[in-house]
Design a binder for this molecule. Structure first.
Ligand code: SF4
Ligand code: SF4
Length: 377
């Protein structure tokens, strides 16, 4: 693709050029939409009013930007939405967890490789660079997981996928194992059109598998109460995890894939004809760490954390948060495996009394010990 070629003034030709360029950069999904107020703005406001965002106060503070992408780049005329597949749906570590002597915490699949933020952002920068060369006067802005944008809605509007009852964007028949990014531009680009094979307004029909599988009861159709979601509890919440969640964490130390794993769209394909670009996982998403040993983690220093997880998305959780999560999982483990109970309780007690340890970790130990006692009673 020659980025120095004659400027394209036809929005449809520009669409074709941008899509080809993004695919050349390795993106599995590429769609374009015009900016507009989100169709789910009222639902977002109601969700915030109900406190379902938990401690994520920044979500409420940026609600206006979230509801309308024109606030991020006032000159925006088009949003180019790109996505990478990070997992192929094959089963893996559901079984890794519970050898009694070797309790491990599971890591959600998107966080097992190098940090996807960088993997997506670096190539969006390349896309922007190529476009800027051809259109020097155009404006651009990159967004991704950390900017205030209803990302999945924008991708749905660009026909990259549809939002399921678990609120994830999924590609019918291909699943939701995609990480997302966007490039906003002042260029007018013809929007993408709905794929003819999508014969329903939502991809779910009468299915309720994700709702049934969610161990904390966080999902109602097309809405997730973040304050009950394991992904939020392990990655976003800063304080202690309440005893009401003990027994429901399903071995997850960072994130949770349960509502994706059960989704019929996310199942590994008995490979009928597939779009190879969409169906295969690029080497850049190679798994490096799918779980961590819980007792060992309790002894980690900041250096250990940096060595093991700093180049992955796991770095979003602080050392204290990782230890807090490990405490909850170890209590769950001890409740299930009587032979490990004494040793785990002793470790939690010593951690609780360790004045050099973070206050949240020590408080979490107290909650865990009390919960274990209640299980015994
Ligand atoms: S990520 Fe886990 S806890 Fe959160 S909604 Fe899905 S199944 Fe429930
Ligand atoms: S599990 Fe069923 S209800 Fe949930 S997102 Fe997938 S298709 Fe929709």
């Amino acid at each position: 693709m020659n980025a120095h070629a004659t400027p394209i003034h036809d929005p449809t030709a520009l669409h074709a050029w941008v899509v080809a360029l993004a695919h050349e950069l390795g993106f599995a999904l590429v769609g374009v939409t015009a900016p507009a107020e989100s169709s789910r703005a009222a639902a977002l406001r109601a969700w915030l009013d109900a406190g379902k965002h938990g401690e994520m106060t920044w979500m409420a503070e940026t609600v206006e930007e979230r509801c309308d992408p024109r606030r991020l780049l006032p000159s925006v005329a088009s949003i180019i939405c790109v996505a990478d597949r990070y997992h192929d749906g094959s089963r893996d570590c559901e079984q890794i967890v519970q050898e009694p002597s070797e309790a491990r915490g599971r890591i959600a699949r998107y966080a097992r490789s190098k940090d996807y933020h960088n993997l997506v952002r670096d190539r969006i920068h390349k896309l922007r660079h190529a476009m800027q060369k051809r259109f020097p006067d155009a404006s651009f802005r990159l967004t991704g997981d950390i900017q205030p944008l209803m990302e999945r809605d924008v991708h749905q509007a660009a026909f990259n996928g549809q939002i399921g009852k678990n609120t994830l964007m999924l590609v019918p028949g291909e699943g939701s194992w995609f990480v997302l990014g966007e490039l906003h531009t002042s260029l007018v680009i013809t929007p993408s059109t709905r794929p003819p094979a999508w014969n329903r307004d939502d991809p779910c029909g009468s299915c309720t598998r994700c709702i049934d599988a969610c161990s904390t009861g966080a999902i109602t159709p097309f809405s997730v109460d973040a304050s009950k979601c394991i992904a939020y509890l392990t990655i976003e919440q800063r304080g202690t995890i309440g005893p009401e969640f003990f027994g429901a964490m399903n071995g997850w130390i960072f994130g949770c894939d349960d509502c994706q794993t059960v989704c019929p769209h996310c199942q590994p394909k008995k490979r009928r004809a597939v779009d190879e670009r969409m169906g295969s996982v690029a080497a850049r998403y190679e798994e490096r760490l799918n779980s961590v040993p819980l007792l060992e983690l309790l002894g980690w220093s900041e250096e250990d954390r940096a060595r093991l997880i700093m180049s992955s998305a796991l770095k979003r959780a602080t050392l204290a948060m990782m230890k807090r999560n490990a405490v909850v999982l170890l209590a769950e483990h001890a409740a299930k495996h009587a032979t490990t109970r004494e040793a785990i309780e002793a470790r939690l007690r010593s951690l609780q009394l360790d004045s050099t340890e973070d206050e949240v970790v020590r408080e979490q130990c107290a909650i865990a010990i009390a919960w274990l006692a209640s299980q015994r009673a």
